[in-house]
Design a protein around this ligand. Structure first.
Ligand code: NAP
Length: 252
């Protein structure tokens, strides 16, 4: 590592983190370590040293920051990774390390959208209703099990990695695919599959918005899980703004 480089930890798992890493890898001013939760079995190789797995809560992260002489942390985690963001705010506060967060804004509802907004996945299960329906689930793998409590529906689930036995219900079609997905292809898929309602997290960003635009075109309802609260810290909305902020960063 060049002398005088800023030691930067990026908490990743998002497109923003990957893009930031690609840009910073070419800048000798920054010595970057990327941290991933390990939710994807075989993450794509990254051009910077990458560590995988939890730190052991906020205390574990604070210890890691001290041991690694970290100068700066960027929280570029997924909008729904609320625990990691809370841990980052608390650990950086404790360790006296500056923190920048990339907070991707949620999608706003537009004209023609038929959203039923809910606070969490448990509420989404209830919002689908009692009557059996054909449901398209795109909420990731971790919380799928909640829908086993509503086995009357016919589920189509799309995830990046196979769900295994993550959703034990009688009628299930499991698809693996990685975005981005465009609106026209999504509309064709929803119509062909006979989907009656979608369940989505309000992740924001363009990569997975195609299904939302497609639902609007087809007049389908979307049960939309709101983004969880994250701590209020210095934040920007995207990678470009994070790069501009980092270019100005001169230490504490
Ligand atoms: P979380 O609930 O915020 O984090 C749970 C724990 O995972 C953290 O306390 C931390 O463990 C570890 N962790 C999370 N992100 C990490 C990172 N970048 N580096 C090291 N450790 C990390 O987040 P989650 O369980 O990963 O995901 C919650 C929801 O976020 C999912 O249901 C999904 O909707 C969405 N999501 C997450 C990712 C991702 O890459 N994490 C990607 C896409 C979507 P310790 O406390 O031990 O440090």
């Amino acid at each position: 590592m060049p002398n005088g480089s800023l030691r930067l930890l990026i908490l990743g798992g998002t497109g923003e983190a990957s893009a930031l890493v690609r840009s910073l890898a070419a800048m000798p001013r920054f010595a970057v370590t990327l941290s991933l939760a390990g939710r994807t079995g075989a993450p794509k190789a990254k051009p910077v040293p990458t560590r995988i797995g939890g730190f052991g809560g906020a205390e574990g992260l604070a210890r890691w920051l001290a041991t690694e002489n970290t100068d700066l942390v960027v929280d570029a985690t997924h909008p729904f990774a609320a625990r990691m963001s809370a841990n980052a705010a608390s650990a950086c506060g404790e360790a006296g390390v500056p923190l920048l967060a990339i907070r991707r804004p949620p999608w706003p509802p537009g004209e023609g959208d038929r959203w039923i907004e809910v606070p969490d996945v448990a509420a989404a299960v209830v919002a689908i209703g009692e009557a059996p329906r054909k449901v398209f689930l795109t909420i990731g793998r971790q919380e799928l099990g909640a829908f086993a409590g509503a086995p009357q529906h016919d589920y189509v689930v799309r995830t990046i990695e196979a769900i295994g036995d993550g959703l034990p219900v009688p009628r299930l079609t499991a698809i693996t695919a990685r975005g981005p997905f465009d609106a026209a292809t999504e509309a064709g898929f929803l119509a062909e599959a006979g989907i009656e309602v979608l369940v989505s997290k309000n992740s924001g960003g363009p990569a997975t918005y195609g299904k939302i635009a497609a639902a609007r075109t087809l007049g389908l309802p979307v049960v939309m899980v709101r983004q969880p609260e994250k701590p209020s810290v210095t934040s920007v909305a995207n990678t470009e703004a994070a790069l501009a902020w980092l270019a100005e960063f001169r230490g504490i």
